[in-house]
Design a protein around this ligand. Structure first.
Ligand code: SF4
Ligand code: SF4
Length: 224
């Protein structure tokens, strides 16, 4: 099995590279609509009714409508492509789920209407200890050892022969797992090749969302 620490480090490095590429691509699109005669950048404070101010409004419109729509379309394609792959029944996802929240915190969230927490706490229970969880997937535990508090869970509905004893009634979080292409999956997972293949696109979409958010926060136009 790959050294998972290395996998995570490579992803971060890859993300930095992809982020810079996305930034350049977005900056080019902003510059393509820059009016003649405007010499400063899009974060400048321009008076209303000037070319610069109109450019800023057009930039935000392009980012929040055109480019955001493109991101959503691409995201839908990534999720659609997932249908080409299928679960191989290794049961790792039933046997080892992790969360930054303790069971009590998840219960509280569920009580406050958080749908994911509701589903999660309806099936998963905490492991008695970290060591117990480490027996299932040691590399995963090793990778998370410096990540602060992480809690590990398993589902008691999983039978000894790795079957779901309540398959017909399993919640959506099971039916749609993995719905985040950046989830770390074991190689035994039928969706592992999908995750590997779509990772660059997903990182690009992720970086674009971050960049758009930065522009949105920092382009000084008044809300009309
Ligand atoms: S309900 Fe079934 S599918 Fe969902 S985690 Fe439990 S055993 Fe797995
Ligand atoms: S880890 Fe992947 S292959 Fe294994 S049970 Fe979960 S979805 Fe199926």
């Amino acid at each position: 099995m790959d050294d998972l620490n290395l996998v995570v480090e490579n992803t971060k490095k890859k993300y930095r590279e992809i982020f810079l590429q996305s930034l350049e691509a977005i900056q080019n699109r902003i510059n393509e609509i820059k009016p003649d005669g405007v010499v400063t950048d899009v974060f400048e404070k321009y008076p209303k009714n000037t070319k610069g101010y109109e450019w800023q409004k057009a930039t935000l419109d392009m980012l929040l409508n055109d480019i955001s729509k493109e991101i959503l379309q691409k995201w839908a394609q990534v999720l659609d492509y997932r249908k080409e792959f299928s679960c191989k029944g290794c049961a790792t996802c039933c046997n080892l789920a992790c969360s930054e929240f303790s069971y009590e915190e998840l219960k509280e969230k569920a009580k406050n209407g958080d749908n994911f927490a509701k589903q999660f706490t309806s099936i998963f229970v905490p492991y008695g200890s970290r060591e117990e969880a480490a027996e299932i997937y040691p590399e995963y535990l090793e990778m998370l050892k410096d990540k602060g508090e992480v809690y590990f869970y398993h589902c008691p509905k999983l039978t000894e022969c790795k079957r779901c004893s309540d398959y017909e009634n399993r919640p959506d979080i099971c039916r749609h797992f993995p719905d985040n292409p950046l989830d770390i999956l074991p190689k035994s997972c039928g969706y592992y090749p999908w995750r590997k293949e779509v990772e660059p696109v997903v990182l690009m979409l992720h970086s674009m969302v971050e960049i758009i958010d930065y522009y949105k926060q920092n382009i000084p136009v008044d809300e009309d």
